[in-house]
Design a protein around this ligand. Structure first.
Ligand code: GAP
Length: 514
């Protein structure tokens, strides 16, 4: 646990030191769970967004984009169920006065049991070496089976109590498991209460006529209320999807994991409209498609898993999370939800406007069913950034800090250095920059010895460093160094564009999707 916390602290401080993420309004001591993206962060975030948009909108001829407003008519949130049901179960510790999400306390307890399973598996893998059959071991080892049964029983009971709104049983579960407050160690808990997560605001100048609004807690509703406008103007036929990215706001209670859980964050969501009765098939397809998008970035298959929900949100008939191994353990990165016709039917009911589709083949009208894919851009940022940050021990015994971002997403693709600050080398380096900058983000650096400049760019996540030396003036060649392997090659300046493009081109990365 201490090692995990240490690793996570390193991620946060690296993000600050290298201009990726800062606390919001830091000079005023920051604002809890609100963050700003700095010069490198904004580029990484933009590249992730672009990578998602291309995979969803550009590569699927039956998906189109949308950019709906953050403010929506307040009835939207009554219809969607957010006013009545977008709640978290809260519990306070009477001694530390700290407030927690009751379900998270229980889930953290279960994560500890899962940690014990991982330890048993690692021990056995070491003992049995190459002959180790993990699947067999997990199924048959008495201790692991017991741990697993315990974890499943606890999660099932939590799911059932939450679904039945039986908050007294959630408290009972916390007491039975003897969960203590992480701050004070005390088990002196209040009752569990529901707390609505939406931020309210007002539209209009005068106090009497002002209208109560909410900041949207998800981008999805902007898609639902525009469903028919988009369908008609694009002449899309079912099945088809609408995708959008944008800010969402939630008054989160547990907001302590950097950009994992924020109060202002960005979502990338897609609603896929389908014929009722086909939802199972499309749900499975989208689970697979989204997993394949994640795997295309090469962060390691072992870092992802599906977690099918026991407790379903008020709108879903099936739901699964794609979980990622964050520095603090496996946690939700993306949700794939089978939302039935809940949202469109509710908007139809509350607005009095028909939101139906006329199916030519069936010769009838119906309210489409929906499969949703929903991922937090900031959470995806954290997944990539935390997995990319490495401390490597080199052959000469020294260590280097390197940010092995997938090169397609790296903020800067190449840094160009003159070996020395004279003899016409800076001029040639700047000429190279002036040529490359039309295609890639590139930067110039002439400060310090070349070795230190390499280290700086390794830590910055820059995939290539290009060094201009005296030979360059004679034969128009330079040295190009690869971040991950540290290998250096002598190449023609005229070939630089093609070499960089081959490595960072979005097309070749996206083509890795199945
Ligand atoms: N429209 C469905 C929806 O919003 P969700 O599971 O509440 O579903 C979807 O959120 C995704 O949005 C999550 O998987 C997560 O990546 C991201 N997300 C949710 N709350 C977040 C928060 N407070 N901070 C950062 N990302 C968040």
């Amino acid at each position: 646990m201490a090692r995990q916390e240490d690793d996570f602290k390193k991620v946060i401080s690296h993000a600050k030191e290298y201009g990726y993420v800062f606390k919001s309004s830091e000079i005023y001591d920051g604002l809890s769970a609100v963050y700003d993206y700095a010069q490198n962060g904004v580029e990484l975030k933009k590249n992730i967004r672009e990578y998602w948009w291309r995979a969803m909108v550009q590569l699927n001829d039956n998906i189109v984009g949308l950019d709906a407003s953050i403010f929506m008519h307040p009835t939207t949130w009554k219809a969607s169920g957010h006013v009545d049901a977008f709640n978290d179960p809260l519990i306070d510790n009477k001694d530390s006065k700290k407030r927690y999400r009751a379900d998270v306390l229980v889930e953290d307890y279960v994560a500890k049991i899962e940690g014990k399973i991982d330890k048993e598996v690692a021990k056995a893998a070491k003992r049995f070496g190459e002959d180790f059959d993990k699947e067999q071991f997990v199924k048959t080892n008495q201790r692991v089976v017991e741990y697993q049964e315990r974890a499943t029983t606890i999660l099932k009971r939590l799911g059932k109590s939450l679904e039945n709104e039986d908050l007294a049983d959630v408290k009972k579960l916390i007491e039975e498991l003897e969960i203590a407050c992480p701050m004070s160690g005390s088990k002196n808990w209040t009752d569990v209460k529901q707390f609505n997560l939406m931020f309210g605001t007002k539209l209009g100048a005068s106090a009497d006529s002002a209208m109560d609004l909410y900041l949207r807690p998800e981008t999805a509703q902007g898609i639902f209320v525009n469903f028919l406008n988009v369908q008609k103007s694009s002449r899309m036929k079912i099945p088809f999807g609408i995708a959008q990215t944008g800010k969402a706001f939630r008054n989160e209670i547990v907001a302590r994991q950097f950009i994992f859980r924020m109060r202002e964050f960005e979502q990338m969501e897609m609603q896929f409209f389908i014929k009722p009765g086909t939802q199972k098939e499309w749900y499975e397809q989208w689970k697979e498609k989204r997993m394949s998008w994640h795997l295309s970035l090469g962060l390691g298959e072992e870092n992802y898993r599906f977690h099918d929900h026991e407790k379903l949100a008020h709108y879903a008939d099936a739901a699964s999370d794609i979980e990622f191994r964050f520095p603090f353990g496996f946690k939700e990165l993306e949700g794939v939800h089978s939302r039935t016709d809940f949202d469109l039917s509710k908007h139809q009911e509350f607005s009095g406007k028909k939101l139906q589709y006329f199916d030519n083949e069936e010769n009838k009208n119906y309210v489409p069913y929906v499969i949703e894919t929903s991922i937090g851009l900031d959470r995806m940022f954290l997944a990539i950034f935390s997995k990319a940050l490495k401390e490597e021990v080199l052959e000469n015994g020294s260590t280097r800090t390197v940010l092995k971002l997938p090169s397609v997403l790296a903020p800067t693709k190449a840094a160009v250095f003159p070996l020395v600050k004279k003899d016409g080398l800076p001029e040639l380096a700047k000429e190279i920059i002036d040529d490359l900058k039309w295609d890639f983000n590139v930067l110039y650096d002439q400060k310090d010895a070349v070795g230190r400049r390499y280290r700086r760019q390794d830590a910055n996540g820059t995939p290539f460093c290009i060094t201009v030396d005296h030979q360059s003036l004679e034969d128009q060649t330079v040295t190009i160094r690869h971040r991950d392997t540290m290998e250096q090659q002598r190449v023609a300046i005229a070939d630089l564009k093609a070499i960089i493009k081959k490595e960072v081109d979005m097309k070749s990365w996206l083509m890795k999707m199945k």
